[in-house]
Ligand binder design. Structure first.
Ligand SMILES: *Cc1c(COP(=O)(O)O)cnc(C)c1O
Length: 398
């Protein structure tokens, strides 16, 4: 089948819920993707921050293949080695005490909301609790996750959503104080907002929010589904902020490309929240995806990809300076590590720039606020950064 046939069949049969770009990918190798006609693309999107190891990593693929031949599903009624190994590793690298594996990021958000509500319920022997969330945040598309997502366009048609969600302004501590009331059981935020436009939290802001949570015994939920797994230059972004969450959310790059998410809690939260019967999932934490977690975490650690991000991020940022200096359409850039955004002027649309980059052999993303978003695999080199920069400059100058 050629790409036109594949696109036609897909559009004839799939519910049209995505406006897909007109490219049909076939396979990948390293940081290069190939479409069905054999055209090469340099990948600076990682399947939206998922393929942190790039493509066709032999050790990762071998670990997954080995597990396929052994056991891929058994249910959470039983123990299996992959779950033991992945949970131990993930608790070690995240600094958290207990983990619950889910199938997606949104499902990790759901679990965090339930955990926070149960914690407050146990503490005060009543229900009726709500959450404080941030404007321009993104936490996923399920009803609970959408309830704490502060982007109106995603929400309007689906109102009413979960009750008692108060929104505050990201990086504005006073607005958080105003949003908190007697029914607040948790504050949820992304240390670096992704979909909302690649916006890092100020350190002072996070410290103040942590202090407020401590004073009122409110749980701090950090959503590191996009910014976690070494992307911003530490295994989890919070580790560079000196602000520890009560609940940490992980997904996207967690399984190295296989679908898995997780919410992690401290012992304090684990001891007084969910108990058997409160929560569950059929697939979550299955042998195949937890084998992928183990492999991807080990590869990120053993190949020191945190080191690669920290070594190359200043270079990447210097190239973004160059883009801003040379292109009128690029106003500024912001981000952390390998999570970067170029703020575009109103004269261009980020979506059109993404399309033009794709036509020129570079895969990039857009984000809210007319931002061109870069989430390259963590294994990129200086040479890859040079190539991507050249293409972005060429596209923006047109
Ligand atoms: C992608 C994302 C989610 C949702 O994850 P899904 O796996 O798509 O459900 C939640 N939070 C953040 C910060 C994300 O980037």
């Amino acid at each position: 089948m050629d790409s036109k046939q594949i696109i036609d069949i897909t559009e004839d049969n799939c519910f049209h819920v995505y406006n897909r770009f007109g490219v049909v990918f076939d396979h990948g190798d390293g940081v290069t993707l190939y479409d069905v006609e054999g055209k090469e693309y340099l990948d600076f999107a990682s399947g939206i921050g998922v393929n942190a190891l790039g493509y066709n990593n032999k050790q990762f693929n071998d670990a997954v293949k080995k597990q396929v031949d052994k056991l891929y599903h058994i249910s959470n009624l039983y123990y299996h080695p992959s779950l033991a190994e992945a949970s131990k590793l993930l608790c070690e690298i995240s600094g958290m005490d207990k983990v619950f594996f889910t199938n997606s990021g949104a499902e990790a958000v759901e679990g965090a909301i339930k955990t926070a509500k149960k914690y407050a319920f146990n503490k005060n022997n009543r229900n009726g609790y709500g959450i404080v969330a941030m404007n321009s945040s993104f936490h996923g598309r399920t009803v609970g996750a959408l309830s704490v997502t502060g982007t109106e366009a995603y929400r309007t048609a689906f109102l009413p959503l979960m009750d008692k969600v108060n929104f505050a302004t990201f990086n504005d501590f006073d607005s958080v104080v105003n949003a908190v009331d007697d029914d607040t059981c948790a504050i949820i935020l992304e240390p670096v907002q992704g979909e909302g436009g690649v916006m890092p939290a100020d350190k002072e802001f996070l410290l103040q929010v942590r202090k407020l949570c401590d004073e009122k015994d409110i749980l701090l939920i950090l959503d590191e589904i996009q910014c976690g797994m070494a992307r911003t230059g530490s295994m989890y972004a919070y580790q560079a902020y000196d602000v520890k969450p009560d609940i940490l959310l992980s997904a996207k790059a967690l399984g190295g490309g296989l679908p898995i998410g997780a919410f992690l809690v401290t012992d304090k939260v684990a001891k007084s929240s969910l108990v058997p019967g409160d929560h569950g999932t059929t697939y979550g934490g299955n042998p195949l995806c937890t084998a992928a977690v183990k492999a991807s975490v080990e590869l990120i650690r053993d190949n020191n990809l945190v080191g690669n991000v920290n070594e190359l991020a200043p270079y990447l940022e210097s190239k973004l300076d160059e883009i801003v200096a040379e292109c009128d359409a690029a106003l500024s850039h912001r981000g952390k590590g390998f999570m970067q955004g170029i703020v575009l002027s109103d004269s261009v649309k980020a979506g059109d720039i993404v399309k033009a980059c794709l036509a020129n052999g570079l895969v990039v993303l857009s984000a809210g606020g007319n931002v061109l978003r870069l989430l390259p695999p963590l294994v990129i080199t200086k040479d890859d950064i040079d190539k991507a920069t050249d293409i972005i400059i060429e596209v923006l100058q047109k």
